[in-house]
Design a protein. Sequence first.
Length: 131
Amino acid sequence: RLRGETPARQQYIKDLRPIIPYWDEQDAAWADMSGSNPEWSRFKTFDAFRNAEVNKLTEGGMGASAAEATIDKRYAFIGSYISKQTSAYMTEHFEELLPLLNKYRYYVPAKWQPILQGILQRGEKITAGAR
């Protein structure tokens, strides 16, 4: 199935395997929360919404890291709700998920940031697809 893909693309596809169930739970929580807000419901996922909001700020001249921090703070209540809805899966798989989410610059809920930083500081390399 991965034949013909570049090595980097093969690794990315393998890395997605443990993330997909987490995203499914995240997307269900986003659908539940965004359903009553016409502005938010235009976006299929929280990541799509977050990226659009970050892009608005970067297009206005703000740096990417500052824009991400601003949006994460502004919408922390959404991240908190989604985090609660996905807590069981994340708790069971955090050692594998957090570094992968970080590697590809996907959203990591604020609650999990200190744990991710601890993993990164220890220099732990989590091998994706090892399950």
